[in-house]
Design a protein around this ligand. Structure first.
Ligand SMILES: C[S@@+](CC[C@H](N)C(=O)[O-])C[C@H]1O[C@@H](n2cnc3c(N)ncnc32)[C@H](O)[C@@H]1O
Length: 225
């Protein structure tokens, strides 16, 4: 492993806004902030929005800047990526942004029922041929439903047309209320409306920039679970 990555791992372990306890459900240990993120961590009663597979946390940080009256938590397994967003949040004193480093498969270990109210999933790995690993596949939606109240909104942003189609199939199959979708976000302000268009085009993730540079179209699906 490279020296820079090791340095980031060491630093991220000390960041006050990164939780990396590596709890697993079978440990049977209750995560101390579970059900208590608002009073004990954020020290407010504001809603909690999650960014799953957050990578460098562009949505966690970008939304935290725009919405000071909401709390944002990015979750990813890769500590060297989380470093970037966590560092930016520290430097900008964004007390409403935090990160959890672990597998999203264990998300219920960290959040109590009803604790989160909205979920962003920007550019998840599409996992062709491995449906169960997709962050919008039924096992993951089931987990989200265990921590977000009925009717909570999921935002999926992806370059992958098959994953876009898959998400729409899931919405259809499970009768999730579909709020909005677009196969080409950057040329679809009419479908998206100005506020959504701004959030989707002004906040760009690391992977999104790579996909845009390669000429890919960016797709979006917004639905309730
Ligand atoms: C293609 S990257 C996108 C990262 C970021 N959202 C972006 O757009 O730049 C997918 C991210 O999801 C994370 N990821 C995928 N499956 C995961 C899982 N089950 N648990 C935690 N992280 C996961 C990966 O570590 C990776 O950082």
């Amino acid at each position: 492993m490279g020296h820079r990555k090791l340095k980031k791992f060491a630093e991220v372990a000390e960041f006050p806004n990164v939780i990396q306890t590596h709890l697993f459900p079978e440990d049977g240990i209750t995560f101390p902030l579970k059900g208590k993120w608002k009073p004990d961590y954020f020290k407010n009663g504001n809603p909690i929005v999650l960014e799953l597979g957050c990578g460098r946390g562009e949505y966690t940080v970008g939304l935290a800047r725009r919405f000071p009256n909401r709390n944002f938590i990015g979750m990813d397994i890769k500590g060297a990526r989380i470093w970037k967003g966590a560092k930016a949040a520290i430097e900008e004193n964004l007390a409403n942004a935090a990160f959890v480093r672990n597998r999203i498969d264990f998300i219920e270990t960290y959040f109590a029922p009803g604790e989160a109210s909205e979920i962003w999933i920007p550019f998840p790995d599409p996992f062709p041929g491995k449906e169960q690993k997709r962050l919008v596949a039924p096992p993951f939606i089931k987990r989200y439903r265990n921590l977000a109240p009925s009717g909570s909104i999921i935002h999926l942003k992806t370059d992958n047309h098959d994953l876009y189609e898959y998400a729409l199939e899931q919405v259809n199959e499970h009768h999730y209320p579909l709020l909005c979708h677009s196969a080409n976000v950057y040329s679809d302000i009419e479908t998206l409306g100005p506020d959504r268009f701004a959030l989707l085009t002004e906040i760009q993730t690391y992977y999104e920039k790579l996909f845009l540079a390669a000429g890919s179209k960016i797709h979006y699906v917004e639905f309730r679970i």
